[in-house]
Design a protein around this ligand. Structure first.
Ligand code: SF4
Length: 297
């Protein structure tokens, strides 16, 4: 029997974690593309290194302490114990990434005030929640689901709480400040993305999405519904189509915004007079499969 020609979808499919998919997308990278297609290219296709910043490393350290504190028996999850965990956690992070020590001292900020800033962020956490009264079902949970279109959605959720009645709450910690009203929808996109993945993978709609902003001591809560998550799915599919189109045409446009101030790639960005490097030969493959890591912002 004559073999049928592969459909365009099959021709572009690729295995990811043993699953034959059209591509894989996390909320961070979808967020990159929505912020600036060229930023997505630099991070996902070129995979250009970005020097760690003290703010980013603070996020990594605080996330680690907030994860580790739940290893302790509930009565011991106090602000004092969290402070005690801080420096050993910093040493553990440096043991795997020794280059982070170089951020401090000679040319960067001194270590002691930076550690003090991490302590303040942790203190603020305890004004928002009492971890002695919480028993998370999961921490740093990797989740994935394959949409009907064979786009694989995946990511890491900081914390999943499950109430006795089975209601699921997804929690994400942010070490920065809560966004103003104009940027709330953007912040919630990540949580709706996770909610969509959990709903599709487990068949249960999360009852609550919660962003804990440790920089300003605020909590943003949102109750998703089916209409919301279906709209999120359509949005994710549209983002993916736009990414594929940019990958095929090579048209990764810069999009100047106030977020450029935090972009590590201004020097090679045409919006700032720079020239991007040539695309790598494995560009198409990298458009399809982006690396996924726990968030630490
Ligand atoms: S500097 Fe701004 S416009 Fe240029 S790549 Fe970075 S985020 Fe995009």
């Amino acid at each position: 029997m004559e073999e049928l020609p592969a459909s365009p979808a099959d021709r572009h499919s690729t295995p990811v974690d043993g699953v034959d998919v059209l591509g894989a997308l996390s909320p961070s990278r979808a967020g990159d593309f929505l912020t600036c297609p060229l930023l997505y290219r630099f991070r996902t296709v070129d995979r250009l290194p970005e020097p760690p910043s003290p703010d980013a490393v603070r996020g990594t350290l605080v996330h680690k302490v907030l994860e580790d504190i739940f290893e302790l028996p509930a009565p011991e999850r106090t602000p004092e114990r969290a402070q005690e965990l801080l420096e050993p956690s910093w040493e553990q992070i440096c043991a795997t990434e020794p280059e982070l020590r170089a951020l401090f001292g000679a040319e960067g900020p001194a270590l002691a005030p930076w550690l003090a800033s991490c302590r303040s962020v942790l203190e603020r956490y305890f004004t928002l929640e009492d971890p002695r009264r919480l028993e998370p079902a999961e921490r740093e949970l990797y989740v994935e689901t394959l949409l009907d279109s064979r786009l694989l959605l995946r990511g890491f959720i900081d914390r999943v709480d499950v109430a006795p009645d089975g209601a699921i709450r997804l929690v994400d910690y942010k070490t920065g400040k809560a966004p103003g009203p104009d940027y709330e929808a953007k912040a919630l996109f990540q949580m709706k993305f996770y909610a969509l993945v959990v709903w599709r993978a487990r068949g249960v709609m999360p009852a609550m999405l919660q962003l804990i902003y440790l920089g300003s001591g605020e909590i943003l809560r949102y109750v998703p519904d089916e209409q919301d998550l279906r709209a999120t799915e359509r949005k994710v599919e549209a983002v993916w189509r736009a990414i594929r189109e940019a990958g095929e045409t090579g048209d990764w446009r810069p999009n100047r915004s106030r977020l450029c101030a935090w972009c590590a790639h201004q020097a090679i960005c045409p919006a700032y007079g720079g020239t991007p490097p040539p695309l790598p030969v494995v560009a198409e493959e990298r458009v399809l499969v982006e690396p996924v890591q726990p968030s630490s912002d």
